[in-house]
Design a binder for this molecule. Structure first.
Ligand code: SF4
Length: 199
């Protein structure tokens, strides 16, 4: 299994839940993310195995397309090192689960953090689902309905099933039915489940 690093992290996009895909899109479009988004994505990336050094490279590559290296070092580097417990209180922070993510202040118009099933307007959510190949599909309606009813994790679990349907069917046959189909409660659980299916 290949290790996640600053160069290849984009190749794992399809293994990421929508909240993280959205943050990855935000950083690659704006070459910046506001605090809430930086925290949510940085802890997730740490959880999928991006080392502290590789994380700094990843964020520096992105941010220095919109600012100088000096500014990155001065204003942001500490924060990313802090996330790995390399600065300040040296706390080993854990990646956030869905509940923690949803307990943070909701994103404003220019922010990308939070849960898309809760925070995006129906039309925007539909566009994102379309990018996953779920547009014009009755399945997309099921996801929108769940999200309308406030069942955000059920919507996320549904999307996982739809996107990975073939892999799940195959794994059920080849891994003695050993496939976790419980509800998604954590973005890293989504990622690990997706990687497991591809092994
Ligand atoms: Fe992310 Fe959890 Fe929302 Fe899924 S349900 S998009 S993992 S916050």
């Amino acid at each position: 299994e290949s290790e996640v690093n600053s160069e290849n992290v984009n190749s794992f996009l399809s293994d990421m839940p929508l909240c993280m895909q959205r943050l990855m899109e935000g950083v690659s479009v704006n070459h910046h993310l506001k605090y809430g988004g930086r925290q949510q994505l940085a802890f997730f990336l740490k959880g999928i195995g991006l080392s502290a050094d590789e994380a700094i490279k990843f964020w520096r590559n992105q941010f220095t397309k919109s600012m100088s290296a000096e500014r990155f070092n001065k204003d942001y580097k500490y924060n990313f090192r802090h996330n790995y417990g390399l600065e300040g209180g040296r706390i080993n922070y854990k990646p956030w689960d869905c509940k923690t993510i949803m307990n943070k202040p909701n994103p404003t118009k220019t922010e990308y953090h939070g849960c898309p099933y809760r925070d995006l307007h129906r039309d925007e959510l539909l566009v994102m689902l379309g990018k996953l190949g779920l547009e014009n599909n009755r399945s997309a309606d099921d996801v929108l309905d769940l999200s309308n009813r406030g069942e955000y994790q059920a919507a996320c679990t549904k999307v996982f099933e739809l996107v990975n349907r073939d892999d799940i069917d195959y794994a059920l046959k080849t891994k003695n039915g050993n496939v976790d189909q419980s509800s998604i409660v954590h973005p890293n659980q989504y990622f690990d489940r997706s990687r497991y299916l591809k092994k």
